[in-house]
Design a protein around this ligand. Structure first.
Ligand code: HEM
Length: 468
């Protein structure tokens, strides 16, 4: 009767493997399970897997409890911790108090003022992406968006020119995404990283190539700093010149100063690179698809761009001063990230017993909630699949619970790149949609695939028409 002090939410009576033959249990498709749990048990439900209690939540109040109100009772869940084999102890995978120190070092590179300085570079990269498009010839919009956002992160945050080695980041990331289900499912993979298992060898090679690109970036940056040529406000300079005050066990400053080791810098650089380009790229790719399916929204977007940026010979590129006027463009990007949220789910593990509403859940439980599921819940978003940027007018936003829309997470672990991502999204959409309309070139709709991010499963074939 040791369990009498706990009260678990309703849910599956037996451990998950017992249901292995059910259509809603499929390796690599957790959304099917989430949908089943939500439909059957409501906004909070529970199941067991290998002795661990797993709670699935589809309620904004409970999500706030986990991310904000009771955040100190939680750490990242197992899948994220497992990504340490790729990302080491960077901002995404580290825990307090180390995380907070790292966040303080990186934060100035993401301040609004600093991001404003990135605006012109974002537009420049978007123009180069537009110049690469051959009108009337179908191309893979997902790949083109990856190329654009990789270039933006490389140039703005790391002051790096985009060459083949930077482009190879995309291939290696794709290779690792392909291995993602394997990595997540492999028991104690950390212990087998040196084994000659084919998929582990593939992972090891991709990771080694990523590390060598990042190591080169760091080395070149150090040299440029020594010559006085680096821009000291960019992220890499900040990481390389940072001084961290050592804290004692109680978290108090000791007065002792240390700098980040090369490995620490490498973990942060790789983390920010990977977190910062794949997400935005998917957000953009889905936006172009959704616009192509919703001509009225597309026309309204074009009307805003023409009004703000001019038409014909008077047309000019967006600048920072235009940003506040590109409101509908921002609403389009916001609504796109509702329908297809690039970060489609999040999870935490409790480090002590937790009370959520009437439920008392023992320490060590895993908690999942999903931006994708929240967005597609009729009670929260009527006609949820309809693409309607009017859901993001200032009034509509103010009237909504904050945790009914959290593409960037929330609380102390909220995305550090959020403001950057909005600017990148809005300026990329504005620069490309000013010149082109994009048509979807396949008869069947794209299939979203829930990997670390929500990506189109197959190439997203689209073609461009020049706008008058
Ligand atoms: C549309 C684009 C983006 C989306 C949807 C997104 C989403 C998210 C989410 C949901 C989290 C929180 C994860 C959690 O709490 O478990 C997060 C964290 C993070 N994101 Fe983003 N992100 C985007 C763009 C970016 C960009 C552009 C950068 C950097 C250039 C970035 C860097 C990070 C980092 C470093 C963290 C960890 C922050 C911490 O724990 O202190 N992200 N992101």
């Amino acid at each position: 009767m040791a369990d009498a002090k706990f009260r678990l939410p309703p849910g599956l009576a037996r451990s998950l493997p017992f249901y292995a033959l059910k259509p809603w249990v499929k390796l690599g498709s957790p959304i099917l399970l989430f949908e089943h749990l939500h439909k059957t048990y409501g906004n909070i439900s529970c199941y067991k897997f290998m002795g661990t209690n797993i709670v699935f939540i589809n309620d904004p109040d409970y999500i706030r409890e986990i991310l904000v109100t009771q955040a100190s009772a939680f750490v990242k869940e197992r899948t994220v911790r497992r990504m340490k084999i790729l990302l080491g102890d960077g901002l995404i995978t580290s825990e307090e108090p180390f995380h907070m120190r790292q966040r303080r070092i990186a934060a100035p590179a993401f301040h609004r003022q600093r991001i404003a300085a990135y605006g012109a570079q974002i537009v420049e990269s978007a123009v180069a992406a537009a110049d690469r498009i051959v009108v009337g010839q179908p191309f893979d919009m997902a790949a083109a968006s990856m190329e654009l956002s990789l270039e933006i992160v490389a140039r703005t945050l790391f002051n790096a020119e985009v060459d083949d080695s930077i482009r190879s980041i995309n291939d290696d990331t794709n290779a690792i995404m392909g291995l993602y289900n394997f990595i997540v499912a492999f028991p104690r993979i950390e212990k087998f990283l040196h084994w000659p298992i084919p998929k582990i060898v593939q992972f090891r090679r991709a990771k080694a190539r990523l590390d060598s690109v990042v190591d080169r970036l760091i080395r070149e940056h150090r040299e440029a700093m020594a010559r006085g040529e680096a821009d000291n406000g960019d992220l890499l300079s900040m990481l390389l010149s940072s001084h961290i005050e050592v804290l004692d066990e109680a978290g108090k400053p000791t007065g002792q100063i240390e700098t980040m080791t090369d490995n620490q810098v490498r973990d942060e650089v790789l983390t920010i690179f990977l977190a910062g380009y794949e997400t935005v790229a998917n957000g953009l790719a889905w936006t172009w698809y959704l616009l192509s399916q919703n001509p009225e929204v597309e026309s309204r977007l074009h009307a805003e761009l023409d009004a703000v940026l001019g038409t014909g010979p008077d047309r000019r590129l967006p600048t920072l001063a235009d940003y506040p006027a590109l409101r509908y463009t921002e609403q389009v990007f916001a609504e796109s990230m509702r329908v297809f949220p690039p970060a489609w789910a999040m999870g935490r593990m409790s480090t002590r017993d937790v009370t959520l509403g009437p439920y008392k859940i023992p320490a060590g439980a895993h908690f999942f909630f999903s931006q994708y599921m929240i967005s597609r819940t009729e009670a929260y978003y009527p006609d949820p699949l309809r693409f309607d940027p009017e859901r993001f007018t200032p009034e509509a936003k103010a009237a909504r619970h904050k945790f009914l829309y959290f593409p960037f997470g929330g609380g102390g672990r909220q995305c550090i790149g959020e403001a950057f991502a909005w600017m990148e999204g809005v300026f990329s959409i504005a620069t490309l949609a000013q010149r082109f309309r994009f048509r979807y070139a396949d008869p069947a709709p794209p299939v979203p695939q829930a990997k670390i991010t929500l990506r189109p499963r197959d190439p997203l074939r689209m073609s461009a028409e020049v706008r008058p």
